[in-house]
Design a protein around this ligand. Sequence first.
Ligand code: XIL
Length: 319
Amino acid sequence: ADTLRALAKRAGLKIGTAVDMSALADDATYKERVAAEFNSVTAENVMKWSEIERERGVLDFGPADELVRFARQNGQGVRGHTLLWHNQNPEWLTQGVADGSIDATELRKILKQHIFDVAGHFRGKVYAWDVANEVIDDNGNLRDTFWLQKLGPGYIADAFRWAHQADPKAKLYINDYNVEGLNAKTDAYYALVKQLKKDRVPIHGFGMQGHLGVQYGFDGRALQNVQRFEALGLETSFTEVDVRMIMPTDNAKLQAQANGYSVLLRACLLAKRCTSYTVWGFTDKYSWVPGWFDGEGAANLLDENYGQKPAYQAVSQTL
Ligand code: XIL
C-alpha cells in the first residue's frame, strides 16, 4: 500500500508528525517509519525554550539541529514549535518573573532576544513557526499568564513582528487546542486575528492543534471554522492531531477515533489553504497522553507494536 506521505503528496498536502528525539535515536523502527510516512516534522519538545536555554544565556540547539538534519536527509519540511508559550519555559525565567528579579522592561527584552535567537538560528530551515501558542483560554479571554500580566496584550503582536524580522520567509502561526470547531474560544481567535490583520501584524496562519478525545465527540463544523479564518487571509493547519480515549480500548472507541482523525483531515482537504496536517506522534509506543490524562491513551495511528489501527486506515483512505 502507499505510504501516507505518497498519498499526501498527490493531495498537495504536507503530512507531519511530532518527533520524540530519544525514540529517534534509540528505536530503528520509529526512525524508519518517520522517514517513510511523513514529509513534515515538528519537534515534540526540543525547540521549546526550556530545552534551548536551560541556563540563561547558554543556547543549546544540538537536538533541534539534529532533527533539522534528519528532515533534510529525508526530504522533509520542518514546522517550528514554539517561540512563545506559558509552559516549558526555563526555570531562571519563571523564577525571575515570580520573585521580581526580572521586571517588565527586562522581560520584554528577554522575549525579543529569545525570538531573534531562535527564529534567527533556524532562518530558512523551518517553513512555519508557531509563534504564539495557547494565548487564549477556553472562555475566550486572553490567557492569564505572566506574559499578559507583565507585558499587557500587545505582547502577541510584538512576538509576531520580531519573528518576522528574524525569519521573513517563515509562515507565522497562532496555535491552540479546542479550536477545531465553533465555540467561544475560536470566536475569540477570530476576533484577535482580525484585529492583528487590521494592525498589519505579520501573521500568516491559524494552527489548530487537534487534541481530541473520543469521549467528547467531534464538532462537525471544522470546515466552517477553517473557512472563516481563510477568509481573513490566513492559511490554516492542523498541527498536533491525536484522538485519545478512556482505556481500555475497544472496537467502538477505535472506530470513533478513526472518525475523529478523518473529520479534521476532510476539513483540511476541502479547505483552500489548509497546508499541513500533523499528528502529535504516530505510535502509541510513545505518546504524551498517558502521562497527562489519567486513565487515557491509545491516541495515535499505530499501536504500540507499529500495527495499523482503524485510524491509520481512515487517514490513508481519506487522503
Ligand atoms: C507536550 C509534549 O508532547 C510532551 O512530551 C511534554 O511533556 C509536554 O508538551 N500542546 C502543545 C505541545 O503545544 O507542545 C504539547 O506537547 C502538547 C499540548
